[in-house]
Design a protein around this ligand. Structure first.
Ligand code: PLP
Length: 234
């Protein structure tokens, strides 16, 4: 087990977020830190929340989140973001745990979430996930398809509040390629906002290896796991 100081790591990341914000003429308050806790324990999550002041956590899998939720201490509060692919048959469980679904990537899933929200008499915040890199292993709608998904949700899903777009950058260290994907997400958001005349505040992009580029390209939510909690053991 690697010796990891969660508090120091969060402090360091906050410093880097502020630095990148300043570099691009933005305020650091415009960027939310989502601590990605997949494959890490409830104790580590609680420490990040109580001692390092983390307020948003990101989980990839409904099943894992459910297990953690079952032993979650009562007095510890955070916003739970689902950042991994959601299968339709897990939509109900996801809505029992998560405050934000960042991985809405199909009309069929939107339809299911809407139906269950109506039953539960609640609403849910969502981001539309876009595959900006074209990598076949990645989830998300193709860039051209984000418009029809958005129009479907706006027209047919009054229980879902679309707050913006989400993407996972390409699997490369090539800066120009990574930035191109982030810039694409930003331009999709701007095109949607202006053509539909809606306010879409959020751009969820950037992870441990690329969050500073993402902020310079306009990210408002960075999803950081390894740089806070250390490497994941599977
Ligand atoms: C795991 C994961 C992250 C965090 O990745 P790190 O490289 O550990 O920071 C962010 N977003 C998604 C969708 C992930 O699956």
């Amino acid at each position: 087990m690697v010796n990891v100081n969660i508090c120091e790591n969060v402090e360091r990341i906050r410093g880097l977020i502020a630095e990148s914000a300043k570099k691009s003429g933005r305020k650091k308050e415009e960027i939310q830190l989502i601590a990605v806790t997949k494959n890490h324990k409830v104790e580590e999550m609680v420490k990040a929340i109580q001692e390092a002041g983390v307020t948003n956590i990101g989980e990839n899998r409904v099943q894992e989140a459910q297990t953690k939720w079952a032993s979650w201490p009562e007095n510890v509060n955070a916003e739970w973001h689902l950042i991994g692919h959601l299968q339709r048959n897990k939509a109900r469980k996801a809505l029992e745990i998560f405050n934000v679904i960042q991985s809405l990537d199909s009309i069929a899933l939107a339809e299911r979430l809407e139906r269950i929200c109506v039953e539960m008499k609640r609403t849910v915040r969502v981001l539309l996930e876009v595959n900006t890199s074209g990598e076949s292993a990645k989830h998300g709608v193709a860039p051209d398809d984000v418009y029809s998904l958005f129009d479907y949700v706006m027209g047919e899903c009054p229980s879902l509040t679309v707050q913006g777009l989400m993407t996972v950058g390409p699997l490369t260290e090539e800066e120009s390629e990574v930035r191109e994907a982030f810039a694409l997400l930003r331009s999709l958001k701007e095109n949607l906002s202006s053509s539909r005349d809606v306010l879409l505040p959020e751009l969820s992009m950037g992870m441990s290896g690329d969050f500073q580029w993402a902020i310079e390209e306009g990210s408002t939510m960075v999803r950081i796991g390894t740089a806070i909690f250390g490497p994941r053991s599977y």
